[in-house]
Design a protein around this ligand. Structure first.
Ligand code: NDP
Length: 250
């Protein structure tokens, strides 16, 4: 369905679950037509069911870089120009440093970094035609301090923050704001996998979080809605921790 002039259009990658779903929910609740990208049709169907008419689920594996230009062209034609891009899809891999294979490392970099670049490039081409747009990248505490056993993930998220600043300096003069959210430890499937089997790690997370608890996906949704809105119209190039103080905790 073609959006009317007042309805903004967002794309949230990995919007079928966890943090991405909470971002998509905030957007649709605020009358933003939201394209949700993921690979798992069941998750996408549930997201559509939950978010309703303004949600546009799309099944696509973002690690297939060659199809991204056509994906963006087709969606732009079918739904309209994308005003807000949230690069949220990501994977983690927890393994001892010396056990990580080249393939493991490349797989994480491909999903968490290279596909973010490829998708942003295609979406930004259209944003530049209007000199208007917002890009929000999702980083991690793994880019604020050293975390053991997540080497590919830490490398990818640290690069995302550098890419955010480089994009902001190049694109902000042309009306495109680029920012990054660094979530602390948020209750999702990803952290359940990483922490539930490792109580020591979970205890350390809570101990160094001044607010003494993990966050919920809606915390990140609210921050994304703010950065996407005109309330943030003079904010570009920042990395906003949404972490209960974890990144500055003792
Ligand atoms: P989830 O595992 O719940 O969500 C990840 C999403 O990414 C899924 O919806 C998945 O969809 C999608 N995805 C993964 N690979 C691809 C791909 N190749 N193509 C398309 N979609 C893909 O994790 P979270 O919600 O916890 O994480 C979301 C983001 O937040 C990630 O970037 C993560 O690194 C970051 N983050 C999370 C934190 C946390 O505490 N939870 C902390 C800091 C950062 P599908 O399964 O359908 O492919």
């Amino acid at each position: 369905m073609q959006a009317n002039n007042e309805t903004k259009i967002a794309m949230v990658t990995g919007g079928g679950s966890g943090i991405g779903l909470a971002i998509a929910e905030k957007f649709t609740q605020n009358n933003i037509r939201t394209i949700v990208i993921g690979r798992n049709q069941e998750k996408l169907d549930c997201a559509k069911e939950k978010l309703g008419e303004l949600c546009e689920p799309v099944n696509y594996d973002l690690s297939v870089l060659s199809g991204i230009p056509k994906l963006v062209a087709d969606l732009t034609q079918r739904i309209g120009d994308i005003d807000i891009l949230v690069n949220n899809a990501g994977i983690n891999l927890k393994k001892d440093f010396t056990e990580v294979t080249d393939e493991d490392f490349q797989r994480v970099i491909l999903t968490n970094l290279t596909s973010v670049f490829a998708l942003s490039r295609e979406v930004v081409k259209n944003m530049l035609k209007k000199n208007n747009g917002v890009v929000i990248n999702i980083s991690s505490m793994a880019a604020q301090y050293g975390l053991p056993r997540v080497i590919g993930y830490s490398a990818s998220k640290t690069a995302i923050e550098g890419m955010t600043r480089a994009m902001a300096t190049e694109l902000s003069p042309q009306g495109i704001r680029v920012n990054c959210i660094a979530p602390g430890f948020i209750e999702t499937d990803m952290t359940a996998t990483a922490l539930n089997s490792d109580p020591d790690r979970k205890n350390r997370v809570i101990a160094r979080t001044p607010m003494g608890k993990m966050g919920v996906p809606e915390d990140i949704g609210a921050a994304a809605l703010f950065l996407a809105s005109d309330a943030a119209k003079f904010i570009t190039g920042v990395v906003l921790p949404v972490d209960g103080g974890n990144s500055i905790g003792f």
